[in-house]
Ligand binder design. Structure first.
Ligand code: SF4
Ligand code: SF4
Length: 463
């Protein structure tokens, strides 16, 4: 059982939680360093990747671009089409499986170190601390009546937040409209309605989520925090307080190692007390570990009173079973391997061309003066290859059927080529009515790259 808190201490905690807005005390340590490493890594990738150009077979373009009008997703040399939705689905499934696996092994690591909410809250809080001071100064400033200095500081802070939120929105939209085109268009206020909408929406979203809502998002809005528990088992390592070592709390000789300083609570960005046990508000950021380790160093006790530990490790047995003996971890690992293999296979087996055939709906057939029957078609051919290609097209299925005019054409890399074709066949064939007709498209430089699609040919004698 927890020892009852002292009155002064209880009042301090109540005050800390009742601020409405949590101003966490800054702390140094390995988990804080890891958090900032992740902030830098994720933001270098996010803010930087859209500026990277790539030399591809179809010229120099943005390396990563969601080209919505062109219905293409460029990822360096890879071009994905709507027909490749299965690959994108696999990517999402693999990401979800990886998240489940990490959660089963080490709790909400993603929340504490890589979730955009955590990352942007860290950036916005860092700006706030530069302008308004440490957690005590910020609390004091919030509680003070309005005065010019307070208003000036708040104005500077909100201006800087708005700049970061605005630039984040520009970067986000820059993955859909090439950012080198977006910026000049924005400067001339010459952007489309959807670009305007997403710029405003994403800027406001970032500003509100990271600047104003902060930990409330983790506590009340994030669905992941509510169902994460189903991915845990007694061997899942979470940030946890070692009750056996810490209790009873106090500073007397006979007490446990927790001196009840509450620094672990003061540094917590979600304002919880990890000594109350596992809570859905805990994002596993490890800052309370950094804080408590410093306290342990000061009192000459071993570190790790708060640490990443499983229920098993904190029990009297102090033993965690190996990962391969845990059904949950095994299932997530096997699923991950299966989906990675399927995704790689799907990518490898991706056809290099695709053909859709539409019959001319205006006239089913046409008889020419020289005794031929003609049918008109529209062919849509996608050249998935990363290089321009020459193709030859032929038809089979109806005796004597031939393409009128040229049956050779070229297609740019990663492009959709639309062709209007006429097929003619002798009228004196024994066949009549609707007959199957097969189109074959073959790459001139590689006969193994070909596709055959069925359509139909209308001959006289239709009923
Ligand atoms: S920081 Fe450590 S010693 Fe201080 S209250 Fe928290 S658990 Fe106890
Ligand atoms: S309890 Fe510790 S690990 Fe959990 S959110 Fe608070 S500081 Fe982070």
């Amino acid at each position: 059982m927890n020892k009852p808190l002292g009155k002064a201490h209880e009042a301090r905690l109540t005050r800390h939680r009742a601020q409405g807005k949590i101003h966490a005390k800054a702390v140094q340590g390995r988990f804080n360093t890891a958090r900032w490493v992740m902030v830098w890594l994720t933001q270098i990738v996010f803010y930087g990747l859209c500026w990277l150009n790539w030399d591809s077979a179809d010229g120099r373009r943005q390396a990563v671009l969601f080209d919505i009008p062109g219905q293409k997703l460029y990822v360096f040399d890879l071009i994905l089409w709507p027909q490749d939705a299965l690959i994108l689905a696999f990517v999402l499934i693999i990401a979800a499986t990886a998240l489940f696996l990490v959660t089963a092994l080490a709790g909400r690591l993603f929340c504490g170190f890589a979730c955009p909410q955590t990352v942007y809250t860290s950036i916005f809080t860092w700006i706030e601390a530069r302008i308004e001071g440490d957690h005590l100064a910020r609390r004091k400033l919030d509680a003070s009546p309005s005065h010019p200095r307070k208003l000036l500081r708040k104005a500077v802070k909100h201006t800087l937040w708005s700049i970061v939120a605005g630039w984040t929105a520009i970067t986000f939209v820059g993955y859909f409209t090439p950012i080198r085109e977006l910026l000049p268009a924005l400067a001339q206020l010459n952007i489309s309605p959807w670009e305007t909408f997403w710029l405003i929406f994403y800027a406001v979203f970032t500003y509100v989520q990271a600047g104003l809502a902060r930990e409330a998002v983790c506590q009340h809005m994030c669905p992941y925090s509510r169902f994460q528990g189903v991915m845990f088992d007694p061997a899942t390592r979470n940030v946890a307080y070692d009750r056996r070592r810490g209790e009873p709390r106090g500073q007397k000789q006979q007490d446990g190692k927790c001196i009840d300083c509450a620094i672990c609570v003061q540094v917590c960005p979600t304002g919880i007390d990890i000594r109350d046990g596992l809570q859905y508000q805990c994002i596993n950021c490890g800052l309370c570990i950094d804080a408590c380790d410093q306290v342990m160093d000061r009192i000459g006790a071993a570190r790790g009173l708060i640490r990443f530990a499983s229920e098993h490790e904190l029990s009297a047995a102090a033993y965690n079973p190996p990962w391969y003996s845990r059904p949950r971890v095994l299932i997530y690992s096997i699923l991950g391997v299966i989906f990675c293999t399927l995704a790689a296979w799907t990518l490898h087996e991706r056809p290099e061309l695709r053909l859709d055939i539409l019959r001319d709906r205006g006239a089913l057939l046409r008889e020419t003066p020289d005794g031929l029957i003609e049918n008109a078609y529209t062919l849509k051919l996608i050249n998935f290859a990363e290089r321009p290609r020459e193709f030859a097209i032929s038809v089979t299925g109806v005796p004597g059927a031939e393409i009128v005019g040229t049956h050779r054409f070229s297609a740019d890399p990663g492009s959709l080529r639309t062709l209007s074709l006429t097929v003619a066949a002798p009228a004196d064939t024994t066949l009549s009515g609707i007959q199957p007709l097969y189109f074959k498209v073959q790459a001139e430089d590689d006969p193994s790259v070909h596709i055959r699609e069925k359509s139909s040919f209308a001959l006289p004698g239709l009923r």
